[in-house]
Design a protein around this ligand. Structure first.
Ligand code: HEC
Length: 405
């Protein structure tokens, strides 16, 4: 997970948001697909069933009323009437209707593979209707079938050869397999087929367009959210961090970041600006007090020196330069012990102080002799104090002269 933790916030945000949206997108696509599928199935089944029923009713009606008429007019054969009614019903639509039979009279009514299989099913089991999506080539078709059952009126032409009207006998000789049906037997089926593409169009849905719109919307969301996050969060945070780097590099607390909002980021920036203000003020005050201290130091009548435990001088004033007989540049870094007549005693006192915090030297005023660079002696009262920063004790000695020169 560490690689993820090291990514930029924008990248992290985009990854998480994209994954989330992708998930939502796929889930939505899945549900939409299934909803559309079932909607289309329902529409298709409803329509196909209603067409098939109308055709069967038409055929049964004609079959029950025609007597000898088809002898003179073949167009009154129930099958022919039903076929023409079906043609009229489906004119201008994408529904293709056929009436097929395994024992067909007209070769045009020969069932295809799917129809033959379904007819077999109808004949063997009591199935009221079937529908499914069939793949033919690279095209998918919705197919529906409703069986036709022979009733008494049908047997007039589909029963025994001897009882069939002359025009049927003339066309279909004795022994033709289209005779000898019994009442209740499946004699054929109405077969309705609709190309799936047409169905989708009819249902007013286009899955692919739907996906494209959704995808586009999600891309837009990611883009807009990314921009918002960058403007509202990333940019201000980057400004704060670059400002902090600037402070580290230059030591100047002058930077301020414009506050654009009152939200959490706005509060962060306000707090940052406040901190910078405070630090700015503190540093200015410190510089001023340091200046004042330096002035006081220089103006003092006594020599004042600050040195480390090893005696190395780090702060001196004008009077110290006079007593020690060296300019400041040479004095700084020299050891105070070399200028004290009993330097070793003082060193021992300071070491004792460092060891056990006592020694009788620190915090006391003691008479001392200063030996300047030319060997001249100045008698002084030495007041020694200690201050420690970073556990590194600094000793300050005020050397007041007995006898003024
Ligand atoms: C008046 C005679 C007659 C009657 C009554 C009749 N049929 Fe037919 N039927 C025919 C003829 C003739 C054909 C062939 C039509 C063609 O040439 O397209 C046929 C064809 C069919 C077909 C198409 C398959 C094939 O054989 O080509 C089916 C299915 C069918 N009849 C079912 C029925 C049913 C069900 C009934 C009763 C409701 C019925 N018929 C009543 C004469 C009849």
């Amino acid at each position: 997970m560490s690689w993820f933790a090291n990514l930029k916030i924008t990248t992290k945000f985009n990854i998480i948001l994209s994954l989330l949206l992708l998930f939502v997108f796929l889930a939505a696509a899945f549900f939409v697909y299934h909803r559309e599928r079932s909607l289309i199935d329902r529409i298709a089944v409803d329509n196909a069933r209603s067409i098939a029923r109308q055709i069967i009713e038409t055929r049964e009606y004609i079959s029950s009323v025609v007597k000898g008429e088809p002898n003179e007019n073949y167009n009154l054969v129930p099958q022919v009437v039903a076929t023409n009614v079906a043609k009229r019903l489906t004119k201008g639509s994408n529904y293709y209707v056929r009436q097929v039979s395994l024992r067909y009279r007209n070769p045009e009514n020969r069932p295809d593979r799917f129809e033959a299989e379904m007819l077999g099913l109808f004949a063997s089991k009591k199935i009221a209707e079937t529908y499914r999506i069939v793949q033919t080539g690279n095209e998918q078709t919705f197919r529906y079938m409703l069986p036709m059952v022979a009733e008494k009126s049908c047997l007039e032409c589909h029963g025994r050869y001897e009882e069939a009207p002359p025009f049927v006998q003339a066309r279909f000789p004795k022994g033709h397999y289209s005779y000898d049906y019994r009442v209740g037997e499946v004699i054929g089926a109405v077969s309705v087929s609709i190309p799936l593409a047409d169905l989708y169009r009819q249902a007013g849905t286009n899955f692919r367009n739907d996906l494209a719109y959704r995808g586009l919307t999600f891309c837009l969301i990611i883009l807009v959210m990314g921009l918002l996050v960058r403007r509202a969060i990333i940019d201000p945070i980057r400004q704060v961090s670059s400002s902090i780097s600037h402070v580290t590099a230059t030591g100047s607390f002058g930077d301020r970041i414009p506050q654009r909002s009152r939200d959490e980021i706005g509060e962060l920036i306000a707090a940052f600006n406040g901190m910078m203000e405070e630090l700015d003020l503190k540093t200015r005050q410190r510089t001023e007090s340091e200046d004042r201290y330096r002035n006081v130091l220089e103006m003092a009548q006594s020599a004042i020196v600050t040195f480390l435990a090893d005696g190395k001088l780090i702060i001196t004033n004008r009077r110290a330069e006079e007593i020690f007989g060296l300019p400041k540049g040479e004095l700084l870094g020299a050891s105070i012990y070399t200028f004290l007549a009993d330097g070793d005693g003082v060193r021992d006192g300071i070491m004792a102080y460092l060891r056990d915090g006592t020694g009788g030297l620190v915090g006391e005023t003691t008479p001392r002799k200063i030996r300047d660079i030319r060997g001249g002696i100045t008698e002084v009262e030495m007041a020694l104090s200690v201050s420690s920063s970073d556990h590194n004790p600094l000793f300050t000695a005020i050397l007041r002269e007995h006898v003024r020169r």
